[in-house]
Design a protein around this ligand. Structure first.
Ligand SMILES: Cc1cc2nc3c(=O)[nH]c(=O)nc-3n(C[C@H](O)[C@H](O)[C@H](O)COP(=O)(O)O)c2cc1C
Length: 285
């Protein structure tokens, strides 16, 4: 509504012009303004007209500059303001501000055979030779079934989240007791492949079998960074291209925006490997 009004705000500028015309009209009819051909009247009329038109032009230029779409209207928060936000506002802001993140479910199994699955947005590759990944665990890892199971058995699976798994995958973040498997609380189904101790998630078009290598405590906030090696890759035929590139779009693999927004990215293009001599400088006006 506000945006719609903005489009028509230039019309508001015509009001002073209309009032001026009406004023002159009344003067002409009632006070014989201009009809006597007095030179003084002509000067008053022309000067007033010039002032009004210049005022209108200035207002138009001002509004036009303000609505220039190339100018970003930014909000700025400094570190004190960020710290001053409410917990929920800061969580939402900081979790979404760095962009879309990968959506994966980590599958694990305890030594007693209890399966576990939970959604993670921090899984990223950490170099391809050797093929490593890393992800971060929130502080208080002792309460994390994922962490405990990985420490016990050293293996886990990483399973991409697809559009039709979103609700179930999201629900896997609920804090269930270690004796309760999220596989029993959601429609997600475990699937076993290549004798891997940890369960894969049925229906995920990309799944990795990973082995724990190391962990690092992030001293600044108590998070733990887990490093693992990829031992098995399962990828749906249709997604894997001839050059090894995986077309996630064909599998309706989603991305995470913050902690509760799920997006289905649309591929625009793949580009050539960038080389320095191909840089084209943008002409600066
Ligand atoms: C979209 C989304 C992304 C998440 N990403 C992470 C993450 O990267 N690291 C983490 O420790 N927890 C993350 N969580 C929270 C875990 O899913 C949640 O703590 C879960 O209960 C952990 O399961 P577990 O106790 O069975 O290990 C995320 C939750 C959501 C909804």
């Amino acid at each position: 509504m506000k945006e719609k009004f903005k489009k028509f705000r230039f019309i508001v500028l015509l009001i002073p012009l209309g009032l001026f015309i009406r004023f002159v009209d009344q003067k002409v009819i009632q006070d014989d303004f201009l009809s006597t051909n007095a030179i003084e009247d002509h000067y008053i009329f022309i000067v007033s007209l010039v002032v009004i038109v210049m005022g209108l032009l200035a207002a138009i230029f001002y509004f036009d500059k303000q609505s220039d779409s190339s100018e970003l209207k930014m909000q700025h928060f400094d570190i004190d303001e960020i710290q001053g936000f409410s917990k929920l506002y800061r969580i939402n802001l900081i979790n979404s501000i760095t962009g879309y993140k990968s959506a994966n479910m980590i599958g694990t199994k305890s030594s007693l055979g209890k399966e576990n699955v939970a959604i993670f947005s921090s899984i990223t590759h950490l170099g391809s030779n050797p093929a490593l990944i890393h992800f971060t665990l929130r502080p208080n890892i002792v309460a994390s079934d994922t962490y405990n199971n990985i420490k016990e058995n050293k293996v886990f699976t990483v399973n991409n989240v697809t559009l039709n798994q979103v609700e179930q995958a999201h629900h896997s973040s609920a804090k269930y007791d270690e004796n309760i498997s999220e596989f029993d609380q959601t429609l997600l189904e475990p699937e076993y492949r290549v004798d891997w101790h940890a369960p894969f998630v049925k229906g995920s078009p990309i799944a990795l079998g990973c082995s724990y290598l190391n962990e690092y405590e992030i001293k600044e906030n108590g998070c733990v960074l887990i490093i693992a090696v990829i031992e098995h890759i399962f990828v749906e035929d249709e997604l894997l291209q001839k050059d090894g590139w995986v077309k996630l779009e064909s599998g309706e693999v989603v991305a995470i925006n913050g902690l509760d927004g799920y997006a289905l990215p649309k591929l625009k293009k793949r580009l050539e490997y960038a080389r320095p001599n191909e840089i084209r400088r943008k002409a600066k006006s």
